[in-house]
Design a protein around this ligand. Structure first.
Ligand code: NAI
Ligand code: MG
Length: 356
């Protein structure tokens, strides 16, 4: 199995190095090949997504991505900015299914803004469709308002749309993810108001016939937002469209209060995927050796679970992370009094040791 390793810029190389160390001690024979991306791609070849990097990502079974977007590239024109690399990879690899777990380890219960009894032990997964919805629907623009009380004024407009096949494929991703967890799926829509999301609800209900072992329920997005802050632990897997998923996944991430702990996956129709921490390149702490590598290490665990079909090894990594937290080791982003502050390398080494 071939893994493309794309560290990126900023803290990317520091945190990815720790995840690679962890993958190396699992006793599996992965073929890992590294290539520059983002700012590092620009330095190497004048483009954030060099052809050779894209080629490697395409031929690999999975991509482990660090982060991109160091401030020193802010003055470049938009097509050369590091962030273009991630958009280019999503598009070229056909990655439409974004999996974002929100996990709050009991040891970090104080990191959340919610009361510990509401969030401690939270472990939910948001599956967000990435390529459709009102974000990409045509037509869109600013035009002369054709009717109503504002007729003749300018109006902004966008188009919400989802093709049947687009809904089916994200529903399959979500049901299959639910099968690997607690077998409960909540489809979030606004079927009471939007035709697109009544259609969404009907298609998800139809796909459910192929997954009788998963319990499906439907919830309106406004209610889902309320439930996420009222009783988030009642959810297992949530599936929703691009816009609702954008908002709900950020809200769910903040429930955990610890940006350095959250992994993510972006999948295509064949479970090939790109795995990366949810945070960015953290230019403010790059090169200082203090970044939290756990989101990246947990992204590697997701890669084993969803793309490489190594559930056992994924569990081993996740348990090792729990162990180092239980030992009281903390990087600066999750530090609190009474725990032991460690740097990026020390944290990586501790996970490696916990795996042994
Ligand atoms: P950020 O996530 O990079 O940083 C936000 C804050 O969290 C900073 O104070 C940072 O030091 C801290 N932080 C982030 N990750 C951490 C870690 N692993 N350990 C400890 N502390 C951590 O978000 P920000 O500052 O909005 O963006 C910085 C750059 O990253 C921008 O250029 C942005 O475009 C880019 N970015 C890239 C992403 C990607 O590569 N997929 C995603 C999000 C942002
Ligand atoms: Mg967002």
């Amino acid at each position: 199995m071939k893994i493309a390793i794309l560290p990126g810029d900023g803290i990317g190389p520091e945190i990815v190095a720790q995840a690679v160390k962890v993958l190396n001690v699992l006793g599996e024979s992965f073929e890992m090949e590294t290539a520059p991306v983002g700012g590092a791609g620009y330095e190497a070849s004048g483009h954030p997504l060099p052809d050779a990097t894209l080629k490697l990502a395409k031929e690999a079974d999975a991509v482990l991505f660090g982060a991109v977007g160091d401030w020193k590239y802010d003055t470049l024109e938009r097509p050369l900015r590091p962030e273009q690399a991630i958009l280019g990879l999503r598009k070229n690899l056909g990655l439409f299914g974004n999996l974002r777990p929100a996990i709050l380890y009991p040891e970090l219960a104080n990191a959340s803004t919610l009361k510990p009894e509401i969030v401690s032990g939270l472990d939910i997964l948001i599956v967000r469709e990435l390529t459709g919805d009102i974000y990409f629907g045509q037509p869109r623009g600013v035009r002369e308002c054709p009717d109503g009380p504002f007729k003749g004024q300018r109006e902004g407009f966008d188009t919400m749309r989802y093709a049947e096949g687009e809904i089916r494929r994200i529903a399959h991703v979500a049901f299959q993810a639910a099968q690997k967890r607690d077998k409960r799926l909540t489809s979030v829509d606004k079927a009471n108001v939007l035709e697109t999301f009544q259609f969404w609800k009907d298609i998800v209900t139809d796909v459910h016939k192929e997954y009788p072992d998963v319990a499906l329920d439907h919830m309106y997005v406004d209610n889902a937002a309320m439930q996420l802050v009222r009783a988030p632990k009642k959810f297992d897997v949530i599936v929703t469209g691009n816009m609702f998923g954008d908002i709900l996944s950020d809200a769910a991430a903040m429930l955990t209060g610890s940006i350095g702990m959250l992994p993510s996956a972006s999948l295509d129709a064949n479970n090939k995927g790109l795995y990366e921490p949810s945070h960015g390149s953290a230019p403010d702490i790059a090169g200082k050796g203090i970044a939290n590598p756990l989101a990246t290490i947990l992204s590697a665990a997701m890669m084993l679970r969803y793309s490489l079909n190594k559930q056992e090894q994924a569990n081993r990594i996740e348990n090792a992370v729990k162990k180092v937290l239980a030992q009281g080791l903390r990087t600066v982003d999750i530090y609190e009094e009474g725990t032991t502050k460690v740097g990026t390398e020390e944290m990586g080494n501790a996970v490696v040791k916990a795996l042994a």
